[in-house]
Design a binder for this molecule. Structure first.
Ligand code: FES
Length: 331
């Protein structure tokens, strides 16, 4: 049964079970968010999405509020805007002011909201966190928890998408912080370096180490492509700057994998411009490799592997009981 509600004076029909945020977004009404991501379970942590609802007291987080029949919602009243500005101001009281050299500049959701709501840098002189920058030896993920807004998107992405549960929240109050495992390194906590945490992080707290300093998000030409490593067929965006692939980013529209990627797909792109990369097939003749045409090489492979490929297929289908026969290249 559809649910009828009114948002900003507009009559809306939503599906039962939808949140007010989803219903608003589905009808072109923008409500800002920070902790929310459509792929992840909502937690209502940041309160940027607050709205006013008739007959309900206070401001309510729309990302966790289910629609109900006859609801009347206002998303942009002066009270709501004042609250969002206050939230942003509070976040800035404990956030480094280094957007100009931050890796996330241009793609930072906090920066975008601060700009949108014109919140000035705070003169706050109180306590600020001072975590070690790049304090984790993970070779692919760069950590700077001074930029963390405790939205827990990394925690949820790791648990809900990658199924690794590497990240968690330790302590309480001002001492709240994101930790790997029981405050160990990411790899010790079982991290597979898939980079999902960095892909879902809305700020510069978790970023890709391999592409640091290689270009801003808005300087990249994004080319959607299919991963070459295995037979799953994941898609992602190659980020190209000055004719070179300098980064891989998730493409949420990827049919097979959505935002999820493995370490190879996300970080194993350096072979593309590697000086040792073979660009022409080589065939061994008289004990030495010589350059050949693709037709020549493929015919030779077909001839030599044809028989063994049939045997592998037969073994997989009859003995192992699967029709899925593919291979997986190593990083
Ligand atoms: Fe709703 Fe963060 S987006 S509370």
């Amino acid at each position: 049964m559809p649910v009828n509600l009114i948002i900003n004076g507009k009559a809306i029909q939503a599906k039962d079970g939808m949140t007010v945020l989803d219903a608003a977004w589905a009808n072109g009404i923008n409500i800002p968010t920070l902790c929310h991501h459509p792929d992840l379970k909502p937690v209502g942590a940041c309160r940027m999405c607050v709205v006013e609802v008739e007959k309900m007291r206070g401001l309510i987080a729309s990302c966790t509020l289910p629609v109900s029949e006859g609801m009347i919602v206002q998303t942009d009243t002066p009270k709501v805007i004042e609250e969002r500005k206050f939230i942003l101001e509070m976040l800035l009281t404990d956030h480094p002011n280094d957007c100009m050299i931050c890796e996330a500049d241009g793609a930072c959701e906090l920066q975008n909201q601060v700009y949108e709501y014109q919140v000035p840098w705070t003169a706050h002189k109180g306590k600020r966190h001072s975590y070690p920058v790049d304090g984790d030896p993970n070779p692919f993920v760069f950590t700077d928890f001074n930029k963390c807004i405790l939205c827990t998107r990394c925690v949820r992405a790791c648990a809900e998408i990658q199924g690794r549960n590497v990240w968690g929240v330790a302590n309480r109050g001002f001492n709240d912080r994101i930790v790997a495992g029981a405050d160990v390194t990411m790899l010790e906590a079982g991290c597979e370096s898939c980079g999902a945490c960095a892909a879902y992080c809305p700020t510069g707290a978790l970023t890709d180490k391999t592409s640091r300093g290689k270009g801003r998000d808005y300087q990249m030409k994004k080319v959607t492509t299919t991963c070459t490593y295995c037979g799953v067929g994941c898609q992602f965006d190659l980020n190209v700057r000055n004719g070179k692939v300098v980064k891989v980013t998730s493409n949420r529209k990827a049919v097979v994998n959505g935002m999820a990627l493995c370490v190879k797909g996300r970080y194993g792109y350096e072979f593309i411009h590697h000086k040792d990369r073979l660009t022409k097939p080589l065939i061994k003749k008289d004990g030495a490799f010589v350059e050949a045409s693709w037709d020549e090489a493929l015919n030779l492979v077909a001839e030599k592997l044809g028989q063994s490929k049939c045997l592998i297929q037969k073994f997989a289908r009859t003995v192992m009981g699967t029709n899925n026969v593919d291979h997986c290249a190593r990083l």
